[in-house]
Design a protein. Structure first.
Length: 249
């Protein structure tokens, strides 16, 4: 039987400070929970409305009381915060990586703060085979329940590393791409299969300090000629377009 203390405990993990203190995060739904388990994430507690190994059986009503979703999906699990052993590190987000690990194509997020955007970008990276995302310290927490759900399981497949982006980029020996209003048309530029693609904050774009380190400025052109048009693209949509163009080459 579900207790009030269990409900309170799960809900407390909505806050970053509590996730950090407990070293735990919440994931919901058979796909997300299953992908995390297959990737080697360790489940602390599992609540399920159906028989499931090592799970506490709960009713639909009890799951609704636990869930952060409007429509709960059969299972809610509390996982330990750690990188999956399958991804090469079980010590934590910031351990075991250095600038020497930069190879292939990676993303750098400079102050992306909306959980939905971050979750979608993680999913985009997974789709386009980008295995590492470097995040500034002021980027949204990837273990926020809204982020976890927006990834649809891709959190299990992508390295998320919070770091000093300026220091990382300064030490990187590869092209640094950034989407900027004063950039050159992305469809007319030579793009490398290796490098870091920087995506900026929803409202302010790439920060001045990071902007100075961008070696290749890219622009996604606006093809609307009517005069009435959107001011900019959503950062997740811009990330998808940019990644698709890199992979198309």
């Amino acid at each position: 039987m579900l207790t009030k203390n269990q409900i309170k405990w799960v809900h407390s993990l909505e806050l970053k400070k509590n996730r950090k203190k407990e070293g735990l995060f919440v994931a919901e739904g058979p796909k997300v929970v299953g992908d995390l388990q297959r990737a080697g994430y360790r489940a602390h507690t599992i609540f399920s409305t159906t028989e499931r190994p090592n799970a506490q059986l709960v009713t639909d009503d009890e799951l609704r009381k636990l869930s952060f979703l409007q429509h709960p999906q059969e299972v809610l699990a509390v996982f330990e915060i750690n990188l999956s052993p399958k991804l090469g590190d079980d010590k934590g987000l910031n351990n075991g990586f250095s600038s020497s690990d930069l190879n292939g194509l990676s993303l750098a997020l400079d102050g992306v703060q909306d959980p939905g955007n971050l979750g979608t970008i993680i999913r985009i990276a997974d789709w386009f085979g980008i295995q590492t995302i470097y995040c500034s310290e002021d980027t949204a927490d990837c273990y926020n329940p809204k982020v976890v759900q927006a990834t649809m399981g891709s959190l299990a497949h992508v390295h998320i590393i919070y770091t000093d982006l300026e220091a990382l980029i300064k030490s990187a020996h590869c092209p640094i791409y950034g989407t900027l209003l004063d950039g050159q048309n992305i469809y007319e530029q030579q793009l490398s299969p290796e490098g870091i693609i920087v995506m900026g904050n929803e409202g302010n774009g790439i920060s001045p300090a990071i902007r100075q380190l961008v070696t290749h400025k890219l622009l996604i052109p606006n093809y609307n000629t009517s005069g009435e048009t959107a001011e900019s693209l959503n950062v997740a949509i811009a990330t998808a377009i940019t990644c698709a163009e890199f992979r198309r080459r």
